[in-house]
Design a protein around this ligand. Structure first.
Ligand code: SAM
Length: 511
C-alpha cells in the first residue's frame, strides 16, 4: 500500500489512542498506509492534545523539525511559536481536528460536510474508528444514574450517541470500522431491553437506522474469537467481543468491547489478535521513570517537611506491618518504607526505560522520544492518606503483590467513612503491584490517586500522568495538553495505542 492510502475518520477521538495506534501501523514495505483525515472531539483539552499530536505526525520525519517539536515538549518554546515556524503543518493539523472542539450531534452540519468532502476527494479505502462515550453504559455510570431521581435510560441521549456513529458510517460507507466501548455495554438495558443486540443489529444495517436505503450492510467480527461461520459471523455469547488488553502486551487489565465491521461487499475475513508471550508488569512499564515524591494537599509544600513526615510515618507503618506479617524486626521494614532523599515533585530528567520490557514495546515507548520526561509531576496528598499509601504499598510488597482491602487496614488508619468496610470502599487504597499488570486505568484517576498508588513506598504517592500513560502504552513523546486533571481524564479514557496498532494490522490485511 502507499503511504496514507487509507483514510481514517476518528470519532469521539478522546486524546487519540486509537488514532495513534492506527497511524503508527506500518505495512510490509515500511509505509504508513493509514492517514487520519479527521478527528472529532468535543472536550477542549483532549482536542488540543489531538491537534498537537496531528502536528507532530506531520513533521516527525524531518530531524530538524522533530528537534523543534522536542523544544516545545521541553518547555523551551511556546506552542504558538512552534506553530508559527511550521504554518503549513499547523494549518493541516488544525483542519484535521476541525479547528475547534466539535460535538457529534450538535455540530453535525459542519462535521458531516467535512467528512463528505474528504470522502469525495479520497480514492482509496476508508476506515471509521471510535467509541461513543461510555458514561451511560459503564457500571460506574449506571450506579451514578441509579442515584438520579426519575432517571430514565431511554431519555439519556448518551445511550444513543452510537447513532451518531451510524450517521457517519452511512455517509462515509467505509470498508471497515472499529468501534470500542466499555464492557458494561454488553449488559446495559434501556426500558428493560438489552442494548447490545440492538446496537449490533443497527451496526449491521446502518442505512435502516439513518433512513438511507442505499447504504451497504456490515458483518461484525470479534477480534479474539474466530467466527464459526466467517461469512455470517454470529457469536453464541456476546462476550466474544471482549478484549483483555493484558493478553496483548499492554501492562494493564483493561477489558473492553471492540467490534470490527467489514462492509458486506468486501470478501475478507479478519484474523484474530495474537496473544503476547507474557504479561508486562507495572514495574517493567514504569520502574525506570525518574522517582518522585508526593506533596501535601492541605499545607504548604516543602521537601524537607515531606521527608520528616514520611520518615515518621514509616516508623509507625513498619510497626503495624510487622505485627500483621509476624515480622520480628520492624527496623527491616523501616528500611523499605523510609523516604528516598532529595526527590522532586516533577522532573525533566530523561525518561528511563526498562531493559526487561519486550523489545517491540520498548521501541514503541521510546521512538522519537524527547530528552525530557513529559507529564511526570506528582499530586499532593492529605497527611492521613500518606499514612495509608505507605501502609498499602508496604503491605502489597510483603504479601507478594496483593493490595490490602479495607479489612486489612489497622483501625488507626481507617478513614472516617461510614461505609469504609462495605463493598464500594473495600478496595479504596489500591497499590499497583510491581510484578503484576495494573488494574484498569480509568478516568477516576483524575479525582484522586487512591486506586493508583505507586508500589514504591519510599516515594509514597499515586501515579503521575506519565506513569498512567505508560500503563496505557502511549509513547513517551505523546504530550497531554490541559491541566493535570484533564490530562488524567484523557489518559483514562483512551484505547491503549499499542493494542490499537495490533488491531490496525488486522484491518490492513482486510484491505
Ligand atoms: C472513551 S473516549 C474515546 C477514546 C478514544 N477512542 C481513544 O482511543 O483515545 C470518548 C470521548 O468522546 C468525547 N465525546 C463525548 N461526546 C461527544 C460528542 N457528542 N461529540 C464528540 N466527542 C464526544 C469525550 O469527550 C471523550 O473524549
Amino acid at each position: 500500500m502507499n503511504q496514507g492510502e487509507i483514510l481514517v475518520i476518528d470519532l469521539f477521538a478522546g486524546p487519540g489512542g486509537l488514532g495513534e495506534g492506527i497511524s503508527s501501523c506500518k505495512d510490509d514495505n515500511g509505509n504508513f498506509p493509514f492517514q487520519i483525515g479527521v478527528s472529532v472531539e468535543k472536550e477542549a483539552s483532549a482536542h488540543k492534545t489531538l491537534t498537537t499530536r496531528a502536528f507532530y505526525r506531520k513533521l516527525k520525519d524531518n530531524p530538524d523539525s522533530l528537534a523543534d517539536y522536542h523544544k516545545y515538549l521541553e518547555g523551551k518554546i511556546s506552542r504558538s511559536d512552534l506553530f508559527d515556524v511550521y504554518p503549513q503543518a499547523a494549518e493541516e493539523a488544525k483542519l484535521e481536528t476541525l479547528q475547534a472542539p466539535r460535538a457529534l450531534g450538535d455540530d453535525n452540519e459542519l462535521i458531516h460536510a467535512r467528512i463528505k468532502q474528504l470522502c469525495e476527494k479520497h480514492k482509496g479505502p476508508k476506515v471509521v474508528i471510535g467509541g461513543p462515550p461510555c458514561q451511560a453504559y459503564s457500571l460506574a455510570g449506571r450506579s451514578r444514574n441509579a442515584g438520579i431521581k426519575d432517571y430514565k435510560a431511554e431519555n439519556d441521549t448518551r445511550n444513543f450517541l452510537y447513532k451518531e456513529y451510524l450517521e457517519v458510517i452511512s455517509i462515509a460507507q467505509p470498508e471497515v470500522f472499529v468501534m470500542e466501548n466499555v464492557r458494561g455495554i454488553l449488559s446495559a438495558k434501556v426500558a428493560g431491553e438489552l442494548m447490545f443486540p440492538k446496537i449490533l443489529a443497527d451496526l449491521r444495517e446502518p442505512g435502516k437506522v439513518t433512513d438511507k436505503p442505499g447504504v451497504k450492510g456490515y458483518r461484525i467480527y470479534s477480534l479474539v474469537e474466530p467466527a464459526t461461520d466467517p461469512s455470517d459471523p454470529i457469536y453464541k455469547d456476546s462476550r466474544a467481543f471482549l478484549i483483555k488488553a493484558e493478553n496483548y502486551g499492554v501492562p494493564q487489565a483493561r477489558h473492553r468491547v471492540i467490534l470490527l465491521g467489514i462492509r458486506e461487499d468486501i470478501d475478507r475475513v479478519p484474523n484474530v489478535l495474537k496473544p503476547a508471550d507474557e504479561i508486562v508488569t507495572v514495574e517493567q512499564a514504569i520502574g525506570d521513570l525518574p522517582p518522585l515524591r508526593s506533596g501535601f494537599s492541605k499545607r504548604k509544600d516543602d521537601a524537607f517537611e515531606w521527608e520528616v513526615e514520611v520518615e515518621s510515618n514509616s516508623k509507625l507503618i513498619s510497626r503495624l506491618l510487622a505485627a500483621k506479617f509476624n515480622i520480628e524486626k520492624p527496623a527491616d521494614l523501616f528500611l523499605m518504607l523510609k523516604p528516598q532523599k532529595a526527590l522532586k515533585r516533577k522532573t525533566s530528567t530523561k525518561s528511563g526505560i526498562s531493559s526487561s520490557l519486550p523489545e517491540e514495546l520498548k521501541r514503541w515507548y521510546s521512538n522519537n522520544a524527547a530528552s525530557a520526561v513529559l507529564n511526570h509531576e506528582t499530586r499532593g496528598h492529605m497527611d492521613s492518606d500518606l499514612l495509608r499509601y505507605a501502609f498499602s504499598a508496604g503491605y502489597t510488597e510483603l504479601s507478594g503483590g496483593t493490595s490490602p482491602k479495607a479489612r486489612d487496614f489497622p483501625e488507626e488508619l481507617a478513614p472516617n467513612h461510614d461505609n469504609w468496610k462495605s463493598g464500594s470502599h473495600a478496595d479504596r487504597f489500591r497499590t499497583q503491584a510491581a510484578d503484576k499488570c495494573a488494574t484498569t486505568v480509568t478516568s477516576h484517576i483524575s479525582k484522586d490517586g487512591h486506586y493508583f498508588i505507586h508500589y514504591d513506598p519510599s516515594q509514597c504517592r499515586s501515579l503521575t500522568v506519565r506513569e498512567a500513560a505508560r500503563l496505557q502504552t502511549f509513547p513517551d513523546n505523546y504530550f497531554f495538553e490541559g491541566n493535570r486533571t484533564q490530562q488524567y481524564v484523557q489518559v483514562g479514557n483512551a484505547v491503549p495505542p499499542y493494542l490499537a496498532k495490533q488491531i490496525a494490522k488486522i484491518v490492513l490485511k482486510c484491505l
